[in-house]
Design a protein. Structure first.
Length: 317
């Protein structure tokens, strides 16, 4: 929904369980070498220095990135972030709507969709990737998001089901293999459908992809799994979340640090701020970063991580 641009797929994400396990194993091995492993319980000077330096770097990351919008490619930035550093991820990627089997958006003329805000795509992403490349990109993104989550963390991943070529595209090619725990139905108001072959779609889905120890906040399970929120109408971003929807998600958890790697106009950050939580936003488009700044009332975004690759490699140990 809120925009970012695809990075050239790297091959990660073909088997998310294997990729995630490989990432965790590599981190454990690096930690053991540096004095953090099970065999180094009696740390010497080097081990103690390593721990202190790691704590210092975490503090530096907090000072540099916490409650800020990072302007850049989400995959590049997430790959430089340390393991298990986020409590919660709430996001909605571009839906790849202009890659369509219909005649609405794909050829640029617009047709019956001419008045839709998404007709022009996003400011730095045309929303028209070959489907297999789009799926690979999204699986790469999900793999990185899962690596960033703590063991009691969760990802709320909003997407839209579509009918393509007369068949339902239910996004299982993206989410299969990840620890999907629940599907929440977001019932919106209205919508468009000019195809007599199926009914007007009035909902989107939010996949709750959870780590093993994730629990909802007390009484949050009473919300049920069909949520009705009117889509955002007064936002220049072509596909913004309603703030109240994201407030429902965040307040249903005890998370303190929330990441949105497709931050768009800043809705997730606004919801986090209202609830007294911290946020980290990543957004490719400088235009949308500026939009988010204005909505948040913050001074500026940061362009790229300021730590050296060596320092960030240490953080991932």
């Amino acid at each position: 929904m809120e925009s970012d641009k695809a990075q050239e797929p790297s091959g990660i994400g073909q088997n998310p369980r294997r990729d995630y396990a490989k990432s965790s194993q590599a981190s454990a091995q690096q930690g053991a070498i540096a004095g953090e492993g099970e065999g180094c319980k009696g740390r010497g000077v080097i081990g103690t220095m390593y721990v202190r330096e790691k704590q210092m770097l975490y503090t530096l990351i907090t000072m540099n990135f916490l409650n800020k919008i990072i302007c850049g490619d989400c995959l590049n930035i997430m790959r430089e972030m340390p393991d298990a550093c986020m409590d919660l991820i709430v996001t909605s990627p571009p839906y790849n709507l202009k890659n369509s089997t219909g005649n609405g958006m794909k050829d640029g003329r617009g047709g019956k969709w001419a008045g839709a805000a998404l007709m022009n795509g996003y400011s730095h992403h045309d929303d028209c990737m070959p489907h297999d490349k789009y799926v690979e990109w999204q699986r790469n993104c999900l793999t990185e998001m899962m690596r960033l989550l703590k063991e009691d963390g969760a990802l709320f991943y909003n997407h839209k089901w579509r009918v393509q070529g007369g068949l339902l595209q239910d996004r299982q090619d993206i989410v299969s293999g990840f620890p999907l725990r629940h599907i929440i139905i977001w019932r919106r108001k209205g919508g468009f459908n000019f195809n007599p072959g199926y009914f007007l779609p009035t909902y989107e889905v939010i996949y709750l992809i959870a780590k093993p120890k994730f629990l909802l906040a007390p009484k949050a399970n009473a919300h049920g799994d069909i949520w009705e929120f009117t889509q955002e109408m007064n936002n220049p971003h072509p596909a913004a979340f309603p703030v109240t929807l994201i407030e429902r998600v965040i307040s249903s958890t005890s998370a303190q640090i929330i990441l949105d790697p497709f931050m768009g106009s800043g809705t997730t950050a606004i919801a986090a701020k209202r609830l007294g939580r911290d946020y980290v936003g990543i957004e490719l488009s400088p235009e949308y970063c500026h939009m988010a700044e204005e909505r948040l009332g913050i001074a500026s975004t940061i362009e790229e991580p300021t730590l050296s690759r060596g320092q960030l490699s240490l953080l991932r140990a």
